[in-house]
Write a protein that binds this ligand. Structure first.
Ligand code: GSH
Length: 209
């Protein structure tokens, strides 16, 4: 059985978990804690980061490569559209999610999870929210009510898994997608209505205060 080393609320891990559940792949999880130098993870991954997916003697320590592996192993076409241009768009959305979406809301998440509300820095939160809106503005045209790069009956694409996990983290810290972004709003509602979303949902969110 595949084994996923993870931190349950890490958006990279959440993305991978969602893909595994969407593809109906049986897997077991090993949870690590924030900042922990987990012995197995340190041995399996040169970056020491999670997620790490182990399948037999193969250890994959980069979330995008994990999704590529799952797509090839169980597809291809399971997580990426077959059409080359559509596939490229899906990969770019996935890259945008990893590189930009998380960064927008990171300061807000760190602020909220590490301090009591009375000590939250309003300026940091306001700046994050402004960044977040810009990021949603950029994403909006890509979500016309269908799953990104896939038809709804094909299930979630790699980009869907990545962005849904990011939006899920933001939502857990009080940052919602609203009707100001109607395409994204409709898409997110569809994603969170899926039973797979409930199955892959983090068992807890870190609070460090
Ligand atoms: N590029 C990596 C990023 C993974 C990453 O940054 N993971 C974070 C958790 S969100 C991590 O393991 N940080 C070290 C720690 O939590 O101790 C990937 O896509 O897998």
């Amino acid at each position: 059985m595949m084994r996923l080393y993870q931190r349950t609320d890490c958006p990279f891990c959440w993305k991978v978990r969602l893909a595994l559940v969407e593809l109906n792949i049986e897997f077991e999880t090993v949870d690590t804690a924030l900042g922990e130098k987990h012995e197995e993870v340190m041995r399996l991954s040169p970056t020491g980061t999670v997620p790490v997916l182990v399948d037999g003697d193969l250890s994959i320590w980069e979330s995008g490569v994990i999704l590529d592996y799952l797509d090839h192993h169980y597809g291809p076409g399971a997580l990426y559209p077959a059409d080359t241009a559509e596939q490229c768009r899906t990969r770019l959305l996935h890259a945008y999610s990893d590189k930009v979406v998380g960064g927008c809301v990171k300061d807000l998440v760190f602020e909220k999870r590490s301090k009591p509300e009375s000590q939250w820095n309003a300026e940091v939160i306001e700046q994050s929210l402004a960044n977040w809106q810009k990021c949603l503005d950029w994403l909006e045209p890509y979500f016309s009510g269908h799953f990104a790069g896939h038809s709804p009956d094909a299930g979630l694409s790699a980009a869907d898994c990545a962005i849904a996990a990011r939006l899920g983290v933001a939502a857990a810290y009080g940052v919602a997608v609203t009707s100001r972004h109607p395409n994204l709003y409709t898409w997110y509602e569809q994603v969170i209505a899926r039973p797979q979303w409930q199955t892959a949902y983090p068992t807890s969110f870190i609070r460090t205060e």
